[in-house]
Design a protein around this ligand. Structure first.
Ligand SMILES: O=c1ccn([C@@H]2O[C@H](COP(=O)(O)O)[C@@H](O)[C@H]2O)c(=O)[nH]1
Length: 312
């Protein structure tokens, strides 16, 4: 089944447009977890691995009933070398077993032939001499459009072959995103030009419900731009980071949705996984994550209903 159809099925099942970002900052993981790992493995990378995995599994258990999808940010894993990559792989496998879809936020791309290797490794199946198959558990990947079509085509083909998805960086949530993305050429902003390309790249991988396996990253911190982009990329699912910790609100993310009440998946990482550090939530990290995701889910669903964009 096409990635967008799979995502929408999960969105309907959980009645939720929330994506939980799994960005495990070691110094914010509860000390009961890290102390236990250090007692057993010392101050080693193996202790880092066990800390991250136990924390992530606890978060996944807490949010699985309320989230269709999770987004581990590769940087927080890769920084610890092979122990970090192992923590990433085990986290992804656990999320999958828990019935969640996965966005691998690794922001990859390169020239076409190298992009193919990224696509094989992160979404498809890399070829090697063993009969055994190595298939990625990630359902989707974030990619940069900077190299143009020959960098994107291998990903789109892999999405088609393996029913996977990509989210192309279009208008990112960070304060300096305007430095390049808002530049104008022939009266069109760069992010608008990328959006036109995203729409074109996705034409051949549109699912039964009208959405493409080629999606776009559009920050919650830029609602006016999101409204313009929604018009350009009518068939693309938006991954919307920037909710909560970066200042984005439920009202800010509504322009990212289509009139049908679908088309956007809203990410919060720190706001959910480290909610236990905020006074208004429980001191227990799992209970706090559950409280935060329920609150976010309700805020978005209510804002959608208020805007007449009714998903259910
Ligand atoms: O434009 C972008 C693209 C990606 N991100 C990533 O999303 C999360 C946001 O984390 P919060 O804690 O909810 O702020 C993080 O992994 C970023 O690398 C983004 O923020 N903006």
């Amino acid at each position: 089944m096409n990635f967008a159809d799979r995502l929408m099925e999960k969105v309907d099942e959980k009645r939720s447009h929330v994506c939980v970002g799994l960005d495990p900052r070691l110094d914010q993981i509860p000390t009961e977890i890290t102390d236990k790992a250090v007692a057993e493995y010392g101050t080693t990378l193996e202790a880092v691995y066990h800390s991250i995995l136990e924390f992530n599994q606890g978060i996944i258990d807490a949010v699985a009933d309320y989230a269709p999808i999770v987004k581990p940010q590769m940087a927080f894993y890769e920084q610890y070398g092979h122990w970090g990559v192992k923590a990433f792989e085990k986290t992804v496998a656990y999320a999958k077993e828990s019935g969640l879809l996965i966005i691998n936020d690794a922001k990859r791309n390169d020239i076409g032939s190298t992009a193919q290797a990224y696509a094989d490794g992160h979404l498809g199946s890399p070829k090697f001499w063993d009969e055994q198959k190595l298939e990625s558990n990630s359902d989707s990947l974030t990619v940069t459009p900077y190299l143009g079509s020959d960098g994107i085509n291998p990903f789109v083909e892999t999405c088609s072959d393996y029913d996977k998805g990509i989210f192309v960086l279009v208008k990112t949530s960070n304060p300096s995103s305007h430095e390049l993305q808002d530049l104008e050429s022939e009266g069109v902003k760069i992010y608008e030009k990328i959006a036109q390309l995203v729409s074109k790249w996705g034409e051949e991988v549109i699912g039964k419900r009208g959405y493409s396996a080629v999606g776009a990253v559009v920050g919650a911190t830029y609602p006016e731009e999101a409204a313009k982009l929604r018009e350009i990329m009518k068939n693309s699912y938006f991954l919307v980071p920037g909710y909560g910790a970066q200042g984005g609100t439920a009202a800010d993310v509504i322009p990212a949705f289509n009139g049908d009440g679908y088309g956007a998946i809203i990410n919060s990482s720190r706001g959910i996984i480290f909610a236990y550090q905020q006074d208004r939530y429980s001191d227990d990290y799992q209970e706090a994550a559950r409280e935060a995701i329920i609150e976010m889910r309700e805020a978005i669903n209510q804002a959608l209903a208020k805007a007449g964009k009714i998903s259910w």
